[in-house]
Design a protein around this ligand. Structure first.
Ligand code: ASP
Length: 431
């Protein structure tokens, strides 16, 4: 964990509390929220329900923030669209005006009438966090109308973070203190709370990075010593390939934390990468299940070792492959490597693969038009440079010959790297 280290005891008795996390797609309509109720009802014991913003709300609020910050009054039409979406869902669920939602939109509108500060990220967190506040208010009201002892919780009262707006890290110690002060299941059976958001010591709203609700669920599990976390998705579990890319992927039944961290590292969109560490630390299992077919078994991630016979395919598109050669008679040794690494960190480049030989240094990274020209200039001042754009990086974990053939067949391979468990290829992108 990059986050501030905790000195709290690691092993505390597990509590009979389950964390259930629902992403945007699982709360995007009144029907979806009714289906969510059925899932919650089927689970016994105390629960914390962590909810993301509805549907594509976060994308819309992101755009609204950008326009508003730039002084473009078109933000108002997005405001209206988001408001109408939420009021329509509320009306369908409650058949009446939902005052709290109206008031929340009034508060957002009021905020947008004030001049912005100069800190975009700070303003972003203040505005975009409304998505989760709104969705949880609707879900909590609906669950309360059908079940006893449901409490809406503003997670900002317990999940405390640093001040890195848009990428905040959890302050585990302070959050643990606030959690034990605030959370009590004495009269509550189900807490409904927000994913993705938190707040600083001085109560400024922060966010944990896009798709951060999985991480919130894991943080709450850690803070409450929960029995399990379930992330409800629109897929049957973790699949061994993206179905939009490779046909007939297989669902993986069980994965270890370590294997899942590796898969995320190579770019598999299985779970938010920060999610695993808090769970691993306390041995809390994570289930990935389908909200469309809740009775299916899904995938279980735990600390056991599982044998993997099924290859796992991961594809990163839009890669640039660069190969550098010394301009003089030197080898690719310490001094040259240091020069390259200095430039790469100056440009904050996320490098996905590196390969070296006596006379060359190759690496590939996510294409980013904003920095590519400047980076190319900086590198070619010091090295001879060759590059290929329009490439993709394919990783196969637990590979075999058939799996390799499946992805490299009839495709130009620019680079290959193999270890015992993993093979990676930089390939010409198929159009
Ligand atoms: N609503 C946030 C997003 O769309 C967080 C999440 O869904 O996990 O990124």
């Amino acid at each position: 964990m990059r986050d501030k280290k905790s000195t709290l005891p690691l092993k505390k008795a597990m509590q009979n509390i389950k964390i259930n996390k629902f992403g945007g797609a699982s709360v995007r309509s009144a029907k979806a929220i009714r289906d969510l109720l059925a899932i919650i009802k089927s689970i016994d014991g105390k629960q914390v329900v962590v909810v993301s913003a509805m549907g594509k709300t976060t994308n819309k609020l992101e755009l609204l923030t950008k326009l508003w910050f730039d002084g473009n009054s078109n933000y108002i039409s997005i405001f209206k669209e988001v408001k109408n979406d939420h009021l329509a869902i509320s009306a369908e669920l409650f058949g009446e005006k939902h005052d709290e939602i109206e008031h929340t939109f009034d508060a957002l509108f009021e905020l947008l009438q004030k001049p912005s500060s100069l800190d975009y990220n700070y303003e972003y967190d203040k505005i975009v966090s409304f998505g989760e506040i709104l969705s949880t208010k609707i879900v909590a009201k609906y669950l309360s109308s059908q079940l006893n002892n449901v409490t809406w919780l503003d997670i900002r009262t317990i999940l405390k973070t640093d001040q890195i707006f848009r990428e905040a890290s959890v302050d585990w110690e302070l959050s643990a203190k606030m959690t034990s002060k605030t959370i009590s299941f004495a009269t509550t059976d189900i807490y409904v709370t927000q994913g993705f958001i938190g707040s600083t010591k001085s109560n400024l709203t922060t966010t944990l990075g896009r798709e951060g609700s999985d991480y919130t669920a894991a943080a709450l599990a850690w803070l409450l010593n929960s029995e399990s976390v379930t992330v409800w998705k629109d897929v049957p579990g973790i699949m061994n390939a993206d179905p939009k890319w490779l046909e007939n992927p297989t669902k993986i039944d069980k994965l270890s934390y370590a294997e899942t961290v590796e898969l995320s590292y190579y770019g598999a969109k299985v779970i938010h990468p920060k999610t695993l560490r808090p769970l691993q630390q306390k041995g809390i299992p994570l289930y990935v299940k389908s909200f469309l077919n809740p009775t299916l078994q899904g995938t279980e991630i735990n600390n056991l070792h599982h044998k993997h016979n099924t290859p796992f395919y991961i594809r990163k598109e839009n890669q640039v492959l660069v190969t550098l050669y010394p301009q003089d008679f030197s080898f690719m040794e310490h001094h040259n490597i240091q020069l390259i690494q200095g430039i790469l960190s100056e440009y904050r480049l996320q490098v996905n693969l590196i390969q070296m030989s006596a006379l060359s240094f190759s690496f590939c990274f996510d294409q980013s038009p904003q920095i590519w020209d400047a980076l190319k200039d900086a590198l070619s001042n010091l090295f001879r440079l060759k590059f290929n754009t329009c490439t993709e990086l394919i990783t196969i974990r637990h590979y075999n010959e058939d799996a390799i053939e499946r992805v490299t067949n009839n495709t130009k391979v620019f680079l290959e790297q193999k270890t015992r468990k993993t093979v990676q290829f930089v390939l010409e992108a198929k159009r």
